[in-house]
Write a protein that binds this ligand. Structure first.
Ligand code: FES
Length: 106
């Protein structure tokens, strides 16, 4: 089972913002949406583009390359040209540290 990895201290990702972390070689982005933390892979399933840098509208991020939209809460691809979801990851807060785990290696 993979380990939990510290991404930021609680309070370092205020609502409406995000932080990108390298987790065992994967680029994972943790968002704070209305006080809840959500983690997705920072990869667009259309052509492998980086999602961060795209516009965030509520709980949706728009890929800056060709405009595919993804739900930050579920990873679901909401519009073409992406059809496959991007990976999601569990997030927890332990002793003030926001942590994520790459469960794909379990
Ligand atoms: S790489 Fe994201 S829409 Fe094309």
């Amino acid at each position: 089972m993979s380990d939990w990895v510290n991404v930021a201290r609680e309070g370092d990702i205020p609502p409406g913002s995000f932080r990108v972390a390298d987790v065992d070689g994967a680029s994972i982005v943790v968002f704070n949406i209305g006080g809840g933390y959500y983690a997705i892979e920072d990869v667009c399933t259309h052509d492998g583009g980086q999602l961060t840098g795209g516009h965030v509208e509520g709980d949706v991020i728009v890929c800056p390359r060709h405009g595919a939209r993804f739900c930050i809460r579920t990873g679901e691809a909401l519009s073409a040209p992406a059809y496959e979801p991007t990976a999601t990851f569990p997030v927890r807060v332990e002793e003030g540290e926001i942590q994520v785990r790459d469960t794909r290696w379990d």
